[in-house]
Design a protein around this ligand. Structure first.
Ligand code: GBH
Length: 482
């Protein structure tokens, strides 16, 4: 017992998988190398450079396109069971369509996958982590219903190329960021900023596209390869300000995680009832002829319902929510507001506070709401401004893993954990100003030198011992491959 807190060593369940994650645009660089075509992040960063905080871009990023050997070496140093990365659609299919397959791009992913498999590191592949081919955006991107076929064709190409070796697939990374931030707001490319309309068009099309890809895999590839397909959904915990605000908390969760998880993971399928009701009522009051929320056809609803073998969860932080005034302004459809108390430990990202108990509550919510699905934590991590001594990141990882163990003891079916991120990378609108890496990347060096942070040594010990020892102090002099 130290400071009244129990300081015991806790073990992870047998077979629990530890990994780390990245995404194509954030690490690869080589934005126009070897036949890759332009995507929406190339377009945004090149056309309006200072939309990015440090006016930077992902042209070179961590240069992983040329450094997969070092990247795999880092995975081996950490002793990872799996590595989650994403494929760049415009690198594999430069026309956006399957008529032209870019061999050089395919070769890059083959080299990466084969090197990982040589050391028994399981690839977990995300098909879409935000880098839509620019041509498709010009045709409406995720708001065009044809995107269902565009994406399904791309998914089929990926399953054909890599399905013999990749057994874990995620269709989309964080639909909420793709649709609500990218189409409803300015938070992500293409910054369409058309809230309450474009985001709902995107949401429906994206879910149907996901489901179509799921069924292609399930019907045609699963019989021979036996892998699994899911989605990585982002969710924060919404803690009610008081008893009085429990309903507001529930509403925040339904408009947040529920918008994408309900259609896939509930028995009834479809968007949450409260979303359908609220958006319909507000749309009518605003003078629209139909609800701004785009509904599924009965066939689509069936296709989407149950279209996942596991629940991929990206979780970082929590907020306090309360019932706020009903408003029709700005197509604000949920009547909930939120804040984060200044007392919560903060990171380098304005939105990211350390709230481990929120993780615990969210995992229980998922168990209770979605019939205890197999959950893989597909992202969790903490930002600093850089530097190798990252004790705050160590504290974050330890406390969040501890909260996850509490949830597992209470019956939550969590099968794996993935740290964001293996290395520093292009943090979207924040450029290189916020660092999430277990490895620091020197973006001023030509070879993008990667150096393990203190947290890398601590994570390595967690993975090696399959246990959480809150008193472990690493020797950070030499990183080895065990
Ligand atoms: C993940 O998204 C991404 O998948 C990954 O690519 C990224 O590098 C990582 O997080 C770290 O950011 O309105 O200011 O409160 C996390 C998703 C990002 C969603 C921040 C909520 C809040 C923005 N979250 N966002 S704000």
């Amino acid at each position: 017992i130290l400071n009244g807190v129990k300081q015991s060593i806790r073990n992870f369940p047998d077979g629990f998988m530890f990994g780390a994650a990245t995404a194509s645009y954030q690490i690869e660089g080589a934005w126009d190398a070897d036949g890759k075509s332009e995507n929406i992040w190339d377009r945004l960063t090149h056309s309006i450079p200072c939309r990015i905080k440090d006016c930077s871009n992902g042209d070179v990023a961590a240069d992983s396109y040329n450094r997969h050997t070092r990247d795999v070496e880092m995975m081996r140093e950490l002793g990872l069971d799996h590595y989650r990365f994403s494929l760049s659609w415009s690198r594999i299919l430069p026309t956006s369509f399957p008529d032209v397959i870019n061999d050089a791009g395919v070769q890059y992913y083959n080299n990466l996958i084969n090197a990982m498999l040589k050391y028994n590191i399981e690839p977990m592949v995300t098909l879409y982590h935000w880098d839509l081919p620019q041509k498709l955006q010009e045709m409406g991107g995720w708001t065009n219903p044809h995107v269902v076929d565009w994406f399904a064709d791309y998914a089929r190409v990926a399953f054909e190329l890599f399905g013999d070796r990749v057994k874990y697939w995620m269709t989309m990374n964080e639909p909420h960021e793709i649709c609500n931030a990218g189409y409803g707001g300015m938070g992500k490319a293409p910054q369409l900023n058309f809230k309450g309309l474009a985001d709902y068009m995107c949401a429906k099309n994206l879910l149907v596209a996901h489901a179509k890809a799921y069924h292609i895999y399930n019907d045609e590839f699963k019989p021979k390869h036996g892998g699994v397909v899911g989605m990585a959904i982002s969710a924060g915990w919404a803690e009610p300000e008081s008893e009085e605000h429990v309903e507001a908390s529930n509403e925040a969760l339904l408009f947040g995680i529920g918008q994408y998880a309900h259609p896939i993971y509930t028995k009834e399928g479809d968007f949450p009832q409260i979303m359908k009701e609220k958006v319909a009522v507000k749309s009518a009051a605003q003078g629209y002829y139909r609800s701004r929320l785009i509904e599924f056809t009965p066939e689509e609803l069936d296709m989407v319902r149950g279209s996942a073998d596991f629940f991929g969860l990206n979780h970082y932080t929590s907020s306090i929510v309360y019932r706020s005034n009903v408003t029709l302004a700005n197509n604000e459809d949920s009547d909930v507001s939120s804040y984060q108390p200044s007392s919560w430990p903060t990171s380098a990202s304005s939105w990211l506070k350390q709230v481990p108990w929120g993780f615990h509550k969210l995992l229980n919510y998922i168990r209770d709401t979605y019939d205890n699905p197999v959950v893989i934590i597909t992202e969790n991590g903490f930002s600093t401004l850089g530097g190798l001594e990252d004790d705050e990141r160590i504290s974050y990882y330890r406390e969040y893993l501890n909260a996850m163990l509490d949830a597992i003891e209470e019956g939550c079916n969590v099968a794996g954990y993935t740290a964001w991120s293996l290395m520093d990378n292009f943090e979207w609108l924040e450029g290189y100003t916020e660092r999430f890496g277990l490895y620091e990347v020197d973006f001023t060096s030509a070879n993008r030198t990667r150096t393990p942070r203190k947290s890398a040594f601590v994570y390595k010990e967690i993975v090696r011992s399959r246990a959480l020892d809150p008193l472990y102090e690493p020797n950070t002099n030499v990183m080895t491959i065990d």
